[in-house]
Structure formats: C-alpha cells, structure tokens
Design a protein around this ligand. Structure first.
Ligand code: NAD
Length: 376
C-alpha cells in the first residue's frame, strides 16, 4: 500500500502544473513556536506565489497560549478549523509558565489530543545530515556523513495512551503507573506504512522493541513479522532491541534505512537521532494517519531558554512545511524547491546560533529571508 493512500488529497488531481487551492492551519503555539512558524508561513506563501497555487491560512490556538485564552490546551474551535483543512503546521507548545504539576491541564495535552482526535497514528521523522554541516556535527564525520534514516514512530498508542493512575498513602508511599498497550491493528497499520516507505527507499525496515522482556513487544514483533513477510517480501526486516538501538544509532547510523517503533521508544530515539545532524533546529516531522489533514512540525519543543531572542533556527519548521506540501498536497516539486533552497543557504555558509559554533550567525528572521531569496 502506498503512503499516499493515507492522505486526503488525491495525487491524480495534481498533474504537474495544476493550480492547488488549499486551506492550511498554522498553530504557532508557545515559546519559539510563533517565531519559527512565521518564517515557515512566509516560505509557503512564496511557494504559492511562485508556483501559482492558492493557500488560505487560518491561525489557531494550541498549548499554553490556548490555556491562557480558553482554559483548554486544544479548544474546540482549533479542532474544527483543523478538521476543515488539508494541512496543519505547528510551531511548538509548552513552557515553565504552565509547568505547575497541579494545573488542571498542560500544554502537552493539546498535542496528545490533536493526534488522537485527528487519528494521526504515524509520526514520520526523516533524519539526514547535510553535507555542509558534517564537520560541525558532534559525532565523527565518518559516522554521520551520508546518514539517511526515516523513522516511523507510533503516535497514538503505547505508554502515553494506556491506562494510568496513582494511589496515595500506601505502606511504601505513593504509587503511580502507566500501561504500555497495543492492539494488532495498531501495529499492523504503522508497520504497513513503514514497509511501503522502505519499498521506495533502500528496502530495509528495522523494527525496534523490547521483546526479551515485554509482552507487548512480543506482540509487536509477531505482528511486524507477519505484515512484512506477507505484504513486503521484497523488503528486508530486522528486529533490534531498544537498548541496543540506542547504541547502534550513534555508532552505525548509516546501516539504517526505515526504522519503525512504538511511541515511547520512538520519542526517545528520534531525539537521540537529532544529534546526528547536530541540532534539534534542523529536523522536521509529519504526523499522518487516517484520511484527513496531516500535522507538520519541527521535532523540537518551545525552547523557553531562547524564546524571544530572535535566534531560534527556523529550518526544521521550514522543512516541515516542505513535508506538508509533499504528503498532504502531493506537491513534490514545490517540496523539493524548499529543500533545495535550505541546502543552498547552508552551502553558502549561513548559520543560526545553534549550528554556528564559534562563527558568526544570522537571526531567525534573517535565516527565513535567506531561504525565501534562495527559492526565488
Ligand atoms: P526543546 O526542544 O524546547 O529545547 C531543547 C534544547 O534545544 C534547548 O537548549 C533549546 O534552546 C534548543 N533548541 C530547540 N529548538 C531549537 C531551535 N529551533 N533553534 C535553536 N535551538 C533550539 O526541549 P525542552 O527544553 O526539553 O522543552 C521545552 C518545552 O517544550 C517543554 O515545555 C516541553 O514540554 C515542550 N516540548 C514541546 C514539544 C512540541 O511542541 N512538539 C516537543 C518537545 C518539548
């Protein structure tokens, strides 16, 4: 099954050169979210103008700013707006202002709810290392040069959505628990997406689990084995335990093509993977699922330590907008135009502070402007 079959827009409608009319939602969020989302929006507007498309933008509240305005991390008005759109671009949510553990709700609830409500069960995180940044990466050049991994993190199941609870005042103090739970159906659908993607790449899927200890991982492994053998016999499958994977990801990252794993393991591994290129500010992600709009965002959070300073790297969010064009609007040429522009800006030596080392750096807005100029 093709990855595209999960998307709302029918690829066949978009013969090359046909004008696309799309409703897009921007959820800027908190901290550096509005700073980086603003640059990505300008890039989408430039693409629309250059290629003759019409993108209509709406802005919605999510996270801490939504709690302040409405008391809810994901107000119904935002959800309705998202349901009516073809694509959603998110900045980031959260920050110390909303960290009170006794608060009724937290910004992150907005993220979990939007994923659940829109059925976004697959989080795609491509990890590539720009050849222009290889020497600045924290790992050795020979390890990171040429890395090209596509992670599929299951997003609406597992430990983050299983039964949880707490009991106070037991004989050994308070007790709390979360449950990691998966159905065959949940595993099948994400493995199918990973298999379909691998078929168009280097034809290898690495499934990560903890089957030597966890019952839920044994189910994960059994279902993965079945789906891959029956439906993707031409794609090589390997199983790697999560603890070993944490090691292999930084010692031999080039040996991985498509990696598929459950929610918590994927959350941790993809953050670890962000150190291959060297900064969280470089990596985009797409959350896809049942037919409907996809959600596109940088993998980083709201970075309260640098919010308001104008130094955040907008490239991850700009690259997320390229994923939106590719996966939700089937605009491959336009997506490539953004990626090529980002590559050209990096090749010319422009750096935001997070990737500049001791060298000079440009601001968030300047980096956005450089990408616009490179798009032309
Ligand atoms: P973070 O990703 O916000 O920041 C981690 C580090 O990376 C910080 O030093 C930050 O300055 C740096 N960084 C992140 N993005 C950057 C960028 N674009 N340019 C330059 N540097 C960048 O993670 P954190 O500090 O653990 O979390 C901060 C808040 O974000 C928390 O409230 C957390 O819950 C939330 N969070 C939100 C999301 C999301 O919205 N999807 C994801 C992760 C964390």
């Amino acid at each position: 099954m093709s990855l595209w079959q999960y998307q709302k827009v029918d690829v066949s409608q978009h013969a090359k050169g046909v004008m696309v009319d799309a409703q897009l939602v921007i959820l800027a969020g908190d901290g550096i979210g509005p700073e980086v989302a603003a640059e990505a929006r300008k890039v989408l507007e430039r693409i629309a103008a250059k290629f003759g498309h019409h993108f209509q933008f709406s802005e919605g509240l999510i996270g801490g700013c939504a709690i302040d305005a409405t008391g809810e991390a994901l107000p119904d008005s935002t959800l309705d707006m998202c349901r009516a759109a073809q694509g959603i671009l998110l900045g980031a949510v959260g920050g110390p202002k909303w960290d009170n553990p006794n608060a009724k709700t937290r910004p992150e609830a907005g993220l979990l709810n939007i994923r659940k409500e829109l059925g976004l069960f697959a989080n795609l995180r491509p990890i590539t290392v720009s050849r222009h940044l290889v020497s600045a990466a924290p790992l050795k050049q020979e390890i990171v040069e040429g890395v090209d991994i596509l992670f599929f993190r299951e997003l609406t199941g597992g430990l983050y959505f299983g039964e949880s609870g707490k009991k106070t005042g037991g004989p050994h103090g308070d007790v709390a628990y979360n449950t990691m739970i998966y159905s065959e159906h949940e595993v099948e659908r994400i493995v199918r997406m990973a298999g379909a993607a691998a078929r168009n790449r280097r034809k290898k899927v690495t499934s990560v689990d903890k089957a030597n200890v966890l019952e839920v991982s044994r189910l994960w492994r059994r279902v993965t084995e079945r789906v891959m053998t029956n439906e993707f016999p031409d794609v090589q499958l390997e199983h790697v335990l999560i603890d070993a994977m944490a090691m292999h990801l930084i010692s031999r990252p080039k040996s991985f093509d498509v990696v598929v794993t459950e929610n918590l393991f994927g959350d941790i591994l993809t953050d670890e993977g962000s150190m291959l290129p060297g900064s969280m500010g470089l990596l985009p992600s797409a959350s896809l699922g049942t037919p409907g709009p996809g959600l596109y965002e940088p993998i980083h959070g709201s970075a309260p330590d640098i919010a308001g300073k104008g130094i955040a790297n907008p490239l991850a969010t700009i690259l997320a907008s390229a994923m939106l064009l590719r996966h939700s609007l089937s605009l491959e040429t336009e997506a490539k135009a953004i990626e090529t522009a980002v590559d050209a800006v990096l090749a010319a030596g422009h750096r935001t502070k997070d990737i500049a080392g001791t060298g000079p750096h440009v601001s968030t807005v300047e980096m956005g402007q450089l990408v616009l100029e490179a798009i032309g």
